[in-house]
Design a protein around this ligand. Structure first.
Ligand code: PGA
Length: 247
């Protein structure tokens, strides 16, 4: 089944030359999946340009790893959703745990970003997930989902992409097991369906993220209730990413 693979490059690679090469490589892989590459901000425009000029096999799309919620103003160092839309970006990761826990993003900020991304006609890839393994994860994740979507219309919410990303599994090599990831994906879907109804919820997507690699990827992709993956480390390793996309 075709899934969505979001490649979160984080703060990699170190040069534009490497970024272009990595993007060309990823985009030339024959994959049945829909691929959304999220590079650092400074690489977005050059990569969007190469998408226009090269006849890729894949319909690779580009997304941003973050944005501010205001359209412009005195926010030193920030990038607005309007600027991203103007460039031609279609997706924005919102609420990634590295933003929440390293840069102090609150549920309220995440909510403002979700609203701003939708208002600028892009799709948020909304990351949620518990911090510790022994936490009451269901309650924690339901709370994050509910707070992130306050004020979002039902029509817009039906298009959101959620990513269940337990923080303890991110960049640790300790991926969640696919059955647990599935039950959390179903919980997120159920939480959303209470807001937008059972019919509309069939459209939205729920991904899993956290230490996905070529060895464990099949376990997640084989779950019908998991619509794809958000991949960090393995998305900047060429051969790893190739094996994942070819599945
Ligand atoms: P990882 O990162 O695949 O390196 O664990 C996932 C993420 O940051 O979303």
């Amino acid at each position: 089944m075709n899934k969505i693979i979001v490649a979160n490059w984080k703060m990699n690679p170190s040069t534009l030359k490497e970024a272009k090469e990595l993007f060309d490589f990823a985009s030339s892989i024959d994959s049945k999946h829909e691929v959304i590459v999220c590079p650092p901000f400074v690489y977005l425009e050059p990569l969007l340009k190469s998408l226009e000029t090269i006849n890729y096999k894949l319909k690779t799309k580009l997304g941003s790893q973050n944005c501010h919620w205001e359209e412009k103003g005195a926010y030193t160092g920030e990038i607005s959703p309007y600027m991203l839309k103007d460039l031609g970006v279609k997706y924005v990761i919102v609420g990634h745990s590295e933003r929440r826990w390293q840069f102090g993003e609150t549920d309220e900020m995440v909510n403002q970003k979700v609203l701003a991304v939708f208002n600028n006609k892009m799709i948020p890839v909304l990351a949620v997930g518990e911090r510790e393994k022994d936490e009451n994860k269901e309650e924690f994740v339901i709370n994050q989902v509910e707070k992130a979507v306050i004020g979002v219309s039902k029509e817009k919410l039906a298009n959101i992409i959620f990513a269940y990303e337990p923080v303890w599994a991110i960049d640790t090599g300790l991926a969640d097991n696919p059955d647990n990831a599935l039950s959390m994906a179903l919980l997120i879907r159920k939480t959303a369906s209470k807001i937008i109804g059972d019919n509309a919820v069939s459209k939205l997507k729920v991904l899993y993220g956290g230490s996905v690699d070529s060895k464990n990827v099949a376990g997640f992709l084989n779950q019908d209730g998991i619509d794809g993956l958000l991949i960090g480390g393995a998305s900047v390793k060429r051969e790893e990413f190739k094996k994942i996309l070819e599945l």
